[in-house]
Design a protein around this ligand. Structure first.
Ligand SMILES: Cc1cc2nc3c(=O)[nH]c(=O)nc-3n(C[C@H](O)[C@H](O)[C@H](O)COP(=O)(O)OP(=O)(O)OC[C@H]3O[C@@H](n4cnc5c(N)ncnc54)[C@H](O)[C@@H]3O)c2cc1C
Length: 506
């Protein structure tokens, strides 16, 4: 398994195993934790500035969301410019647009400078409104874009087979193969003397007056600076209350007939659908995504795939569904990412998260911002994306709402578990949380009847995990930690697996 779920993504064939490319060094200028687009781009950029860097990855390069993304490269965002103007003012909305351009330029420059073969293609995006409500929303989006001088043009035709009310085309976007791209960056980083360790979890960290001490699978590592490119960091942080984990679902399918669109496509539903085309191993496919929900908040995650497939079959002459996978992203409460110094840090520990569905751009942008902050102590984006910006009066009601959900999750789970008291009716291929003699267990039965029994309490903040039947994982609804049926960590922030009960007292 090369990603954080049981299903294979369209990109996974390109995953490469690096192992440990590491001398006996235990001291670095910077340790970057997380082998996705954010961590690898940042490690390379810091190395280009002359810093001695170590990149740590708990599993393999591309194991996280970067291996399960759809890799549209956009400089318009899920957080629209009209929303940004209303909430933060015109100047900050313009800075957001500038950040988008810079994120895209970072990828473009890396591809051009290093001659990276990652199926990179410039694209036009089409945003289409299905119905009147979406048309009003689109008018607002266009209005915001115009106010900041961002190009969006109304169009009478789109390449996607939808009856639309109104649509715009947006030039200057792109797409690529995410795993080919990050693998190439990792190759360059290693070839230039960078240290890299896969299968190496960073379990905890401690900031001192001289730097950061990290507990890792390789023992204690010291660094002047640490960057957590792991979404949220290990331990409990303010970020766990300002960013919420969400799942999104993707299918990739061939067509029986007709032509493939050459554009990137998006409707304006809530959640919205997103589309693009990619040729994988000689087969051209439409890659469609959607059906997003908060992690742990769907009773039947498998049904999300069915709904997405039904939707696609209604509109496209679908031939074969070649891939179906889901992955995790983080929604910030104020709509902007957090890129900079970790809220609890004195200035040596950095983080980059809260990218919504725009992590290819924001992850790449983060490499420049974090490098500027670490090497020069300044960045023009320092304030707008400051992870410490959340104050009681800024989006606090949303924060409370998000936490209320977390508390509700805890209560509902406890009540729900009370109801599930018996192991008796667990069928093969099924999973359940079962309460027995005051303890609760997460149980999965394989097709051959073998039981996998775990303690069901997430070690991160003691919430109860829920079954994800689409990816065969136990997902924590509070902060997004995920575990496989053996308790192995698939997603942090937990750095402790779910405890396996090998000799069950059940
Ligand atoms: C289905 C889906 C489609 C998307 N489509 C798009 C899109 O089209 N365009 C776009 O811009 N964005 C998209 N996004 C968002 C984007 O994919 C993500 O924001 C981005 O991939 C995040 O990259 P990352 O490097 O920050 O994190 P990841 O790729 O998740 O990497 C984090 C890595 O950190 C490792 N790790 C975690 N904890 C530890 C630890 N304690 N020690 C060591 N290692 C650790 C993990 O194993 C993981 O490999 C999509 C998201 C989803 C879910």
């Amino acid at each position: 398994m090369f990603r954080d779920g049981a299903r294979k993504s369209a990109w996974q064939n390109e995953v490469k195993w690096y192992g440990t490319v590491f001398s006996k060094d235990r001291e670095f200028d910077a340790v970057i934790i997380g082998g996705g687009i954010t961590g690898i781009s940042t490690a390379l950029k810091l190395q280009q500035k002359g810093l001695k860097c170590l990149l740590l990855e708990a599993n393999n390069i591309g194991f996280g969301t970067t291996g399960g993304t759809t890799a549209h490269l956009n400089d318009f965002f899920d957080t629209t410019f009209s929303y940004a103007i209303a909430k933060f003012g015109l100047e900050k909305a313009q800075l957001l647009a500038q950040a988008g351009r810079e994120g895209l330029r970072t990828v473009h420059m890396n591809v051009a400078e290093y001659g990276i073969e990652c199926d990179y293609e410039g694209k036009t995006a089409e945003l289409f409104a299905l119905g009147e409500e979406q048309a009003n929303q689109l008018a607002e989006i266009v209005d915001g874009a115009r106010k900041i001088g961002y190009e969006m043009n109304y169009t009478d035709s789109i390449e996607y087979p939808f009856h639309f009310e109104r649509a715009v085309s947006i030039p200057g976007q792109a797409q690529f193969h995410p795993v080919k791209y990050i693998t190439a960056l990792a190759d360059i980083f290693v070839a230039n003397g960078g240290a890299l360790a896969e299968n190496c979890l960073c379990s905890s960290f401690n900031e001192t007056s001289e730097g950061v001490v990290l507990e890792t699978g390789l023992g204690e590592i010291r660094a002047k600076n640490a960057v957590f490119a792991t979404h949220t960091p290990p331990g409990i942080s303010l970020l766990h209350f300002t960013c919420a984990p969400y799942r999104s679902y993707v299918i990739a399918f061939t067509l029986r007939e007709g032509t493939f669109p050459t554009t990137l496509g998006y409707d304006l539903g809530d959640p919205y659908h997103y589309y693009r085309v990619h040729e994988i191993d000689g087969k051209k496919m439409i890659i469609a995504g959607g059906e997003d929900h908060k992690t742990g908040h769907s009773d039947d995650t498998g049904a999300c795939f069915s709904r997405l497939e039904d939707h696609c079959r209604k509109h496209f002459p679908v031939d074969q569904v070649e891939y179906a996978w889901s992955s995790q992203y983080f929604e910030p409460i104020d709509g902007l990412p957090s890129i900079g110094v970790l809220p609890s840090s004195d200035g040596r520990i950095y983080v980059a998260t809260g990218f919504r569905g725009n992590g290819m751009t924001f992850g790449s942008l983060s490499s420049g911002i974090l490098t500027d902050l670490i090497t020069e102590g300044a960045s023009k984006y320092k304030e707008i994306f400051d992870p410490k910006r959340f104050k009681p009066n800024a989006g606090f009601s949303n924060l409370l709402k998000e936490n209320a959900t977390v508390l509700k999750d805890l209560l509902v789970d406890k009540i729900w578990m009370e109801r599930v008291r018996s192991l008796a009716d667990i069928g093969s291929g099924q999973a359940k949380v079962v309460k027995h003699q005051g303890n609760s267990y997460a149980i999965f039965a394989e097709q051959n009847g073998k039981l996998h029994v775990l303690r069901s309490t997430c070690p991160h903040a003691n919430c109860e995990v829920r079954w994800n039947n689409a990816e065969l994982s136990w997902d924590c609804p509070c902060h997004g930690s995920r575990f496989n049926v053996n308790g192995k960590i698939l997603n942090g922030p937990s750095t402790t697996p779910l405890e396996q009960i090998t000799d069950p007292e059940l």
